[in-house]
Design a protein around this ligand. Structure first.
Ligand SMILES: N[C@@H](CCC(=O)N[C@@H](CS)C(=O)NCC(=O)O)C(=O)O
Length: 212
């Protein structure tokens, strides 16, 4: 059977989460590049895959999906390899809760309103909107406080082994920690910092996010 295809840019957090999921399951895949900076996700070819003009999109054996959490659950259920969801309803709800937090609160605060204006915009010759960054800091702080609480003293968000929640959080925290704001917020969270180090040592992370 042909390999699953991920459409997107390797720098995108949600593309990274989907690719990390495939790597953790041991599933070889094809990355079909869609340039984020070039705006290729707003062109007709990609809009046909995802009408919202977002990445990733995903294709396997004639089925196509978008929305990273749906894709990640599909991969976990459709392929052999270690399960990436815990076994009890409570633990599963916790993993889904963390994934929802990433999508609804963590990503907008950390990426849209801190990483992009602080790092990406200047790298492209623009100027940081300081008011945008300052306004996002309390939300980023709450994001870290809450996921720190949910992680607690566990090794991973789903318990003893890596879960989809870990794979959704990591790419966002990696970019946030590359900003002075994120670095300061993370310095106050030793459990989360240790979790990041554990994650960064994984072969999947080194394959998908080699600079992490
Ligand atoms: N809820 C979507 C969000 C996808 C998303 O926002 N992707 C970003 C890249 S990390 C994107 O496509 N941004 C381009 C844009 O908003 O124009 C998912 O989980 O797949």
């Amino acid at each position: 059977m042909s390999q699953p295809v991920v459409y997107g840019d390797p720098i995108s957090t949600f593309v990274r989460s989907v690719r990390l999921t495939l790597e953790e399951k041991g599933v070889p895949h094809v990355l079909e590049p869609v340039g984020l900076i070039k705006g290729e996700h707003k062109e007709a070819a990609h809009l046909a895959r995802n009408p919202w003009g977002k990445m990733p999109a995903f294709e396997h054996a004639g089925e196509t999906f978008y929305e990273s959490s749906a894709i990640m659950h599909f991969i976990d259920e459709a392929f052999d390899g270690p399960p990436l969801m815990p076994s009890t309803p409570g633990e599963r709800a916790r993993v889904n809760q963390v994934m929802g937090i990433v999508e609804s609160y963590g990503y907008p605060a950390s990426i849209t309103n801190i990483f992009i204006p602080r790092v990406l915009v200047p790298s492209l010759g623009g100027q940081t909107d300081e008011a945008q960054v300052a306004a996002a800091k309390p939300q980023a702080e709450l994001f870290l406080k809450e996921i720190d609480r949910l992680l607690g003293s566990a090794s991973f968000f789903g318990g003893d082994s890596v879960s989809l929640a870990d794979l959704h959080v990591l790419p966002v925290l990696t970019y946030l920690s590359a900003t002075p704001e994120g670095e300061a917020l993370l310095a106050a969270r030793p459990n989360l910092t240790a979790w990041m180090q554990r994650m960064n040592a994984r072969a999947s992370v080194q394959a998908v996010m080699p600079a992490a």
